[in-house]
Design a protein around this ligand. Structure first.
Ligand SMILES: NC(=O)c1ccc[n+]([C@@H]2O[C@H](COP(=O)([O-])OP(=O)(O)OC[C@H]3O[C@@H](n4cnc5c(N)ncnc54)[C@H](O)[C@@H]3O)[C@@H](O)[C@H]2O)c1
Length: 268
C-alpha cells in the first residue's frame, strides 16, 4: 500500500487490515511532520483492526528504495497478493488547482507525474514477479480527472495516463492470472481537507475553481475506497474487470458495501 500515512491510502490500508491482511504501508518518514499521520500510526491502527501493519519508510522518488520494499516483502512475507499504487504529492499539486496551464511553473509536471504516475509504474515493475506468483491484483488509485477537467491540465494528463497504464498492464498480464484495475474515488474527506474550517453555518465547503462548490458532508470517507479494494481483492471473478477504471460508488452498488456511515456517496 503506497502512500498510506494519511488520506485515501490510509483508508485502503485500514480496510485491508480489517479484512485480516498483512499490509506493508509506505511513507517518507517515521517522524511526525507538519501534516497529519505517520506510517507507524497507520500500522498501529491496522493491528487494532485485526490485521498486521508493517510500516516501511520509502520515498517513491527513489527507485532503489522501491525495489528494496519488494525485496523485503519477499524475504519477510514470501508473497504479495495486492499492490495498491496510491502515493501522491497532493500538498505540492494543490497549489495549481484551477490555474490555466500557462500560469503554472513547468515543475508542476514533474511534481504531479513523478509521484502519482512514474512511481506507480516503478512499483508495479518490481512487484510484478510477486503478483504473478500469487495470481494477484494491482489497483491504481486514479480519478474521474482521467476523463474530464479536474484540478489542472497536468492532473488530467497524469490520471488519463495512469488509466492507460492500467489497460496496458492488463494487456501484459493477459497470459497470467493477475488483475489490473484503476479505481476512481469521488471527493474524499481526507485529513488534509479536514483542515478546511467550517463556515458560520457550520458547513465545510470547498470551492474548486472551474469545478464547483462541494459540501464535504457529502464526501466519501477514505475507508470507502478501501472497501472497494477489499471487495476486488476477495472477488473470485475480479478478472472480468481487468484493464478498466471503476468508480468506487459503482463498485459499492455492484458488491453491496457502503461507506462507514451506511451511505453510498454518489460523486460523478
Ligand atoms: N482526496 C480526494 O478527494 C481524492 C479523490 C479522488 C482521487 N484521489 C486520489 O487519491 C490519491 C491519494 O490522494 P490523497 O488525497 O489521499 O493524498 P494525501 O496527500 O492525503 O496522501 C498521500 C500519501 O502519499 C504520501 N507521499 C507523498 N509523497 C510521497 C513520496 N515521495 N514517497 C512516499 N510517500 C509519499 C503522503 O505522505 C501520504 O501518505 C491520489 O492519486 C489522488 O489523485 C483523491
Amino acid at each position: 500500500m503506497t502512500g498510506a500515512s494519511r488520506g485515501v491510502g490510509k483508508g485502503i490500508a485500514l480496510e485491508l487490515g480489517a479484512a485480516g491482511a498483512t499490509v506493508y504501508v509506505t511513507g517518507r518518514s517515521k517522524s511526525p511532520g507538519k501534516l497529519p499521520g505517520t506510517v507507524d500510526q497507520t500500522a498501529a491502527e491496522i493491528d487494532a483492526l485485526g490485521g498486521k501493519g508493517v510500516p516501511f519508510v520509502c520515498d517513491h522518488r527513489d527507485d532503489d528504495a522501491v525495489r528494496g520494499l519488494f525485496d523485503v516483502i519477499r524475504a519477510e512475507h514470501g508473497r504479495l497478493d495486492v499492490l495498491v499504487n496510491n502515493v501522491y504529492n497532493s500538498p505540492a499539486t494543490a497549489r495549481w488547482i484551477g490555474k490555466p496551464f500557462w500560469e503554472v511553473p513547468t515543475e508542476a509536471w514533474d511534481e504531479t507525474v513523478d509521484v502519482g504516475l512514474r512511481s506507480h509504474y516503478v512499483a508495479s515493475v518490481f512487484a510484478a514477479p510477486l503478483l504473478i506468483e500469487s495470481n494477484g491484483l494491482v489497483v491504481n488509485v486514479s480519478s474521474p480527472g482521467a476523463i474530464r477537467y479536474m484540478h489542472s491540465a497536468v492532473y488530467g494528463a497524469a490520471k488519463t495516463a495512469l488509466d492507460r497504464l492500467t489497460t496496458d498492464f492488463a494487456h501484459d498480464f493477459a497470459d497470467t492470472d493477475v488483475t489490473a484495475v484503476s479505481v476512481w474515488p469521488g471527493i474524499v474527506d481526507t485529513e488534509l481537507l479536514q483542515l478546511i474550517p467550517a463556515d458560520a453555518e457550520g458547513n465545510r465547503v470547498v470551492e474548486l475553481a472551474g469545478e464547483g462548490t462541494f459540501d464535504l458532508a457529502a464526501a466519501e470517507t477514505p475507508r470507502f475506497a478501501g472497501r472497494a479494494v477489499t471487495a476486488l481483492a476477495t472477488d473470485p471473478d475480479r478478472r472480468t474487470r481487468t484493464g478498466s477504471a471503476w468508480r468506487v460508488a459503482d463498485l459499492a452498488e455492484a458488491y453491496g458495501f457502503t461507506d462507514i456511515d451506511g451511505r453510498i456517496p454518489h460523486a460523478d
